[in-house]
Ligand binder design. Structure first.
Ligand code: FAD
Length: 474
C-alpha cells in the first residue's frame, strides 16, 4: 500500500499563495534585527588572570556567568565569545522556554524512569528560577508564561494525546475545544500544558548580558578561543589570537561548535533547524484564529512544527525539516535552503488558511547541537577544572540555566541533587565517524518521515534504534 498523504499534502495551498507570501522576504533572523542596539563588548586585549572563565556567549555561557556571580560575588568571572553575544542558536530560536530538562516527558521517562520525578521537579524549579530572575532584575525580554498547546493533526495522533493527558498534568481538548482555542482546520485534538513560557530570544540574551555586567562579570566579544592548556596543578590557559586567559576554573558553553575538549566532539552533531516570521497579523486575522491565550504551539508528527506569536503578533513558524550535512560542520551557507523555507510557508498556510495574502518578512536557520539522547550531557576535564555542557538538541532555552548550575557544581566539587543525577553522571552514546554518521542520520530522518505517512507506524530501523535507546519520538 502506498504511504498516505499527510494533512500538509492533502490541503496544500496553491503555489501562487506561497509565492506571494515570500515576495520580498529577508534572509535574516527577525529577533536579531528587532533589537536595534544590542549591548556590545570589546575584544580581549593582552593576558588576563581570573577565577572563572566562561567560553560561549549564548544562554549557556551567560547563565553560567550570572549564576557564578549570584553564588559567589567575590569570584572574578570573564566570559569570552568568538563573535557576538547571541548570534548563534540563542539569538535564532523559537523562544519556547520549557521546564523540561529531558527534551520532553517521554524521552526522560524512557531513559531515566527512576529519577524522572526529580527531573520534573528540578525542571519546574529551573523555569520558576528563570521567571524569578526576570522579575527581580526587571529584564525586558517579553517573557510570557502562556503555556503550550500540543495538537493532533492526523487521526492516529489523537490517541497519543489522550495517553499524554493521562500521564501528566495536562488537559485534553477534543476537536471543538482545541479549535475554540486556536482555529485551524487541521486540528483534531489538543493537550494543554503549563510548563512552558515564551521569550524574545535576543532580548533575553541582551538582558542576561546587562545583568551579568551589573553583577561584575567581564565580557569580551570577537575573541575566538583557539585552544586550552593546563599544567598539573596550575590554572587552565585559554589561548586566543589577541591574548590569553589563565583561569582556576573554565566552563564551556560552545553548543554545536567544535568542543574545546576534543573527546567531547563526537557527542554532538549540528543539525539545521529552519524558521520563518510573518508580518504582524491584523486584528481581523487574529480574530479569525483566536489564540487568545497566546500559547506556544506544536504538533505531534515526528517531523513537527513549532509556532508562536511575537509580542507584536507576528507568527513564528519553524521546524519540520531538520537538515544534517555530511562532515558535522557549522557553516553559514547551510542556512540558505529556499526549498525548506518554502515548505514551511506552505504548511503555515495549510494550518491557517485564514491568512491567505499574508507576507513572510524573515526566514532564517540555525544549528542545533543534537546528541544521541536528545538532551544535554555534562563532562569534566583537565583534572576537574574544565566543565562542558552541550547536546540540548533544540530544547535549550530553559535547560541551559540548569546546565550552568550543573557546571558550577561540578567545578566547585559539590555533591548536590543535580550532580547525583544519572542524567548528569552518564554520558550518551557518541555519534560514529563519517560516513556512518551521515548514513545513520539520513536513514533515521527518512524513516521518521515515512512513519508520519504511515499512521505513526515505526519501521524496523526505528524500532531497532528504540531498543538501544537511540529512537527519536517527538
Ligand atoms: C532555529 C532554532 C530554533 C530553536 N528553538 C528553540 C526553542 O523554541 N526552545 C528551546 O528551548 N530551544 C530552541 N532551540 C535551541 C536553543 O536555541 C539552544 O539549545 C540554546 O540557545 C543553546 O544555547 P548555548 O549557549 O548552549 O549555544 P549558542 O547560543 O549556540 O552559543 C554558543 C556560543 O559559543 C560560541 N563559541 C563556540 N566556540 C567558541 C570558541 N572556541 N571560542 C569562543 N566562543 C565560542 C559561539 O560563537 C556561540 O555564540 C532552537 C535552536 C534553533 C537553531
Amino acid at each position: 500500500m502506498p504511504p498516505a498523504d499527510t494533512v500538509f499534502e492533502r490541503r496544500r495551498p496553491d503555489d501562487s499563495l506561497v509565492d506571494h507570501a515570500l515576495t520580498g522576504v529577508r534572509d535574516a533572523c527577525f529577533w536579531i534585527e528587532d533589537v536595534a542596539e544590542p549591548r556590545r563588548f570589546p575584544a580581549l586585549a593582552g593576558d588576563r588572570r581570573v577565577d572563572l572563565a566562561v567560553v560561549g556567549g549564548g544562554y549557556s555561557g551567560l547563565w553560567t556567568a550570572v549564576r557564578a556571580k549570584e553564588r559567589d560575588p567575590d569570584r572574578s568571572v570573564l566570559l569570552v565569545e568568538s563573535r557576538r553575544l547571541g548570534w548563534a542558536a540563542s539569538g535564532r530560536n523559537g523562544g519556547f522556554c520549557s521546564a523540561s530538562l529531558t527534551h520532553g516527558e517521554e524521552n526522560g521517562r524512557r531513559r531515566w524512569p527512576d529519577e524522572m520525578d526529580v527531573l520534573d521537579r528540578l525542571g519546574a524549579e529551573n523555569l520558576d528560577g528563570i521567571e524569578q530572575t526576570i522579575a527581580d532584575r526587571a529584564m525586558a525580554c517579553d517573557f510570557e508564561r502562556s503555556g503550550e498547546l500540543s495538537v493532533a493533526i492526523e487521526p492516529h495522533q489523537v490517541e497519543w494525546l489522550r495517553e499524554d493527558a493521562a500521564s501528566g498534568p495536562y488537559r485534553f481538548l477534543d476537536e471543538a475545544e482545541v479549535r475554540a482555542e486556536v482555529n485551524s482546520p487541521t486540528y483534531l485534538a489538543g493537550v494543554v500544558g503549563t510548563d512552558t513560557a515564551l521569550v524574545h530570544p535576543v532580548r533575553l540574551v541582551d538582558e542576561l548580558a546587562r545583568v551579568a555586567t551589573e553583577l561584575g562579570v567581564e565580557i569580551v566579544e570577537d575573541t575566538h578561543v583557539t585552544g586550552l592548556g593546563s599544567d598539573r596543578n596550575g590554572p587552565v590557559t585559554l589561548r586566543t589570537p589577541t591574548g590569553s586567559v589563565r583561569a582556576d576554573r573554565v566552563a564551556l558553553g560552545t553548543n554545536a561548535f567544535p568542543a574545546l575538549v576534543r573527546r567531547y566532539r563526537s557527542y554532538t552533531v549540528p543539525v539545521y533547524d529552519y524558521a520563518v516570521m510573518t508580518e504582524p497579523l491584523t486584528e481581523e486575522q487574529l480574530g479569525e484564529i483566536g489564540w487568545g491565550s497566546r500559547q506556544g504551539l506544536d504538533d505531534l508528527a515526528n517531523h513537527f512544527h513549532y509556532y508562536r506569536l511575537s509580542a507584536d503578533n507576528r507568527i513564528l513558524f519553524g521546524g519540520y525539516d531538520a537538515v544534517y550535512r555530511f562532515g558535522k560542520r557549522v557553516r553559514a551557507d547551510y542556512e540558505h535552503n529556499p526549498e525548506v523555507h518554502r515548505r514551511l510557508v506552505s504548511h503555515l498556510l495549510t494550518t491557517f488558511p485564514q491568512l491567505e495574502g499574508i507576507r513572510v518578512t524573515h526566514r532564517w536557520a540555525g544549528a542545533i547541537d543534537t546528541s544521541t539522547r536528545f538532551c544535554a550531557f555534562y563532562g569534566l576535564a583537565h583534572r576537574g577544572r574544565v566543565a562542558h555542557a552541550a547536546g540540548f538538541t533544540g530544547l535549550g532555552v530553559g535547560a541551559t540555566r540548569f546546565a550552568g548550575d550543573v557546571m558550577l557544581d561540578l567545578l566547585d566539587g559539590l555533591d548536590t541533587e543535580r550532580t547525583r543525577l544519572e542524567m548528569v553522571r552518564r554520558m550518551p552514546m557518541p555519534f560514529p565517524p563519517e560516513p556512518i554518521a551521515a548514513i545513520g542520520i539520513q536513514t533515521t530522518r527518512w524513516a521518521l518521515a515515512r512513519a508520519d505517512h504511515r499512521q505513526g507506524r515505526r519501521n524496523f530501523w526505528l524500532r531497532s534504534l528504540d531498543r538501544v535507546g537511540l529512537g527519536f519520538d517527538s
